[in-house]
Design a protein around this ligand. Sequence first.
Ligand SMILES: Nc1ncnc2c1ncn2[C@@H]1O[C@H](COP(=O)(O)OP(=O)(O)O)[C@@H](O)[C@H]1O
Ligand SMILES: [Mg+2]
Length: 303
Amino acid sequence: MTNTSEAAVSGTAVSDGAPVVELDNAGKAYGNIRALHGVSLSVHPGKVTCVLGDNGAGKSTLIKIISGLHQHTEGEFLVDGRPVRFNTPREALDAGIATVYQDLATVPLMPVWRNFFLGSEITKGPWPLRRLDIEKMKETAGQELRNMGIVLDDLDQPIGTLSGGQRQCVAIARAVYFGARVLILDEPTAALGVKQSGVVLKYIAAARDRGLGVIFITHNPHHAYMVGDHFSVLRLGTLELSAARDQVSLEELTNHMAGGTELAALKHELAQVRGVDVEELPEAEDLTATATATATATKDGAA
Ligand SMILES: Nc1ncnc2c1ncn2[C@@H]1O[C@H](COP(=O)(O)OP(=O)(O)O)[C@@H](O)[C@H]1O
Ligand SMILES: [Mg+2]
C-alpha cells in the first residue's frame, strides 16, 4: 500500500484527498456480544470503499457507528481527522454523513418531488402564512435528478410506483443535493435484478465523480469490483481483508467472500464421513492455494 503518499496528503489541506471518515481499531459490543472488533477503515473524497461480508459479519454494526445510530465501544472514529462520537443520526448528517438504508425511508404514496424534500421542505411567504413552495421543490428535484443523469417522466407520480433501483437513485441524488460528503449505501443492490443493479452502480459512480466518499455495503463481490477503489471484507466482526483495488483481483475477492478456507476444511471433514461424495466439491488444494495467496495480500494491505 502507498502509505507514504497517503501520509504526505493527510499532512496538508483536508480537501486534498485526506480521509473524511476513519475508523481506527474500532469495535462495538452489544452487552456481552462483540459484534465488531479491531476494524480500521478510511473513506476518501471521490473514492468508493466497499464493505463486504456474509450475514452477521458486522456490516450493519459498522455503518450504524458511522451514521450515528450506535456508538463504538473500542478504538476511534474520526471525521476530518478529529475523534467523534455521534449521539444521533442528525449529528452524523450535520457532519455531512448521509445514509441510504436498504428499506428506504420514503412515503410510497407521496410524489417523487415530495419525497426528495421530505423533512427539509422549501417554504415561501412570511409567518404565519408560510406554505410549501411546490413549484420550487418540483423544479429543484427535477433539476437535481437530471444533473445526476436520472430521467423520470413524471415527478408527480407516487414514489412507490418507481422500481427499487430508481428509488435508490432518487435517494442518492437527494443526499448529493443536501450536501453530503460521505454517502453510505446499505446493500443497495441486494434485492435488485442485474439491470437495475447496473443502474444503481452507475449512480454510485456518479456520486463518487462528484467528490463524495462512498461506503458501499454489499455481499456481491462482482458489484463491489465494478465501482470499488478499496475493499474491506468483514468476517465474524473482524477485518479479514483490507486491500486497494490494485492489490486484489476479483477472483481473490470472490474467494474471500465464499470463505475458500472454510470450504476446504469442510471438504476435509466431509471426506471423513461415509456416504458423502466429495468428488463433486471443488478441489481443496485449489481453494487453499488461492486463500494463501490472498492472505498474503491481506497482510501487505494491513501493513
Ligand atoms: N442490537 C444488537 N444486539 C445484540 N447483538 C447484535 C445487535 N445487532 C447486531 N448484533 C449481532 O452482531 C453481529 C453482527 O451483526 P450485523 O452487524 O447486523 O451483521 P451484518 O449486517 O453483516 O449481517 C451478529 O452476530 C448480530 O447477531
Ligand atoms: Mg446487515
